[in-house]
Design a protein around this ligand. Sequence first.
Ligand code: PLP
Length: 236
Amino acid sequence: MREAMLRAELGDDVFGEDPTVIALERRLSTLFGKEAGMFCPSGTMANQIAVNIHTRPGDEVICDEGAHIYRYEGGGTMATSGCSVKLLETDRGRFTAEQVEASINAREAQWLANTSLVNIENTCNRGGGAVWDLKEVDRIATVCRKHGLALHMDGARIFNALATTGEHPESWGEWFDTISICLSKGLGAPVGSVLIGTADMIARARRVRKRLGGGMRQRGILPQLDFTRWITTWNG
Ligand SMILES: Cc1ncc(COP(=O)(O)O)c(C=O)c1O
């Protein structure tokens, strides 16, 4: 990592001109079949930006009662985005499409909060590292599309999940609007997360990141993984 710091080509990342950051964002977004990616200083910021771009103040987010976005992000879902949460009782963090469907507030009931986002955490921190079944994610994504809800994955440890199941990242990427991926957990880099999604979502996310003070200049200097080495597993 320290050698990579020495070698890193730098530019101003707020202007989108740091080649090292661009390469990292492109690498991860491509791996999951997404259009774009954005580096964030922490997983918390990546998740909170995702919540912010998928919701409006007064909306409601559906998630596990132990979800990191609810319990461990300083109340950000409520404070930064002004959302309420519908907490689900789950099997170690994993819930079902039926639970999601039953938790969506009827659009015509203007006295209820507007449900706009579902959050899945994989692996589940409070669930002791429980791994989701992709078939259930597929069912949940179908419910989300039917009701016009966004689906975000807090993939802080998604590579731990993929290492367990042997699935390709792209098979996960297709179901989610956005995914946050921590570089500083199972992957072993000391700093950072990347949020991936469509080009439009990431463009909106960049504005929110700047607003929150997460726009950094010569970001490429931060210690990082040699991605060309470890991602070869999924390159075939
Ligand atoms: C599931 C999950 N999401 C997000 C985060 C936040 O990461 P960070 O500590 O980089 O803010 C964590 C941290 O432990 C986590 O376990």
